[in-house]
Design a protein around this ligand. Sequence first.
Ligand code: ROI
Length: 163
Amino acid sequence: MSLAYIGLGSNLSDPQAQIITAIEKLKQLDGGNVIKISSLYFSRPMGPQDQPDYMNAVVALETNKSAIELLEQLQHIETITGRIRKDDRWGARILDLDIILFDQEVINTTRLTIPHYGLKQREFVLLPLAEITSDLFLPDGDSIDELASNIARNGLKIHSKLS
Ligand code: ROI
C-alpha cells in the first residue's frame, strides 16, 4: 500500500458541498482507504483575484494503486462532479483534486508532477497538510511543519471540521 495526500479545492457551485461530496467519492475509491481528513479551510484565491474565494482541504489516502492510476481515479471524480477540464490553469473551478504527495516518489512527466509543483507556495495546501501529519518530510528533505509555520497565512482560516 502507498500513502497519498490529496489536495481538494473548489470556488464554484457551493464549494463546501463540492468538497464534502468529493470526500465521499474518495471514501468509495477502488483499492483506497481514507485515513485522515483535514478541516475545511476558507482561502483567498491564488492567481487572478476576480474570482470567488476558495474552500480547501487535504485528505490522506492509503491506496494499492500507482500514482498514475490514482490520477485517473481522481480525474474521474472531477469529471462526474461537473468539472470541465479546460485550459484555464488559474481560473475558477468547481472541483480540483491534486495529488500532493505519493509516498516519497518524485515524478516529473507531462501528466503528473509529484510532489505537487505549487506545494511550497500554497498556504491552502501546507496548513491543512500539516494539520493531519506530524514529522512529514518531502523527498528533498524539507519539513512540512517548518514550511507551514513559515508561510504567510494570506487570510487562510478554518471554516469547519469535516471529521
Ligand atoms: N487558490 C486557492 N486559494 N485555492 C485553490 O485551490 C486554488 N486553486 C487553483 C488556483 C487558481 C491556482 N488558485 C487557488 O488552481
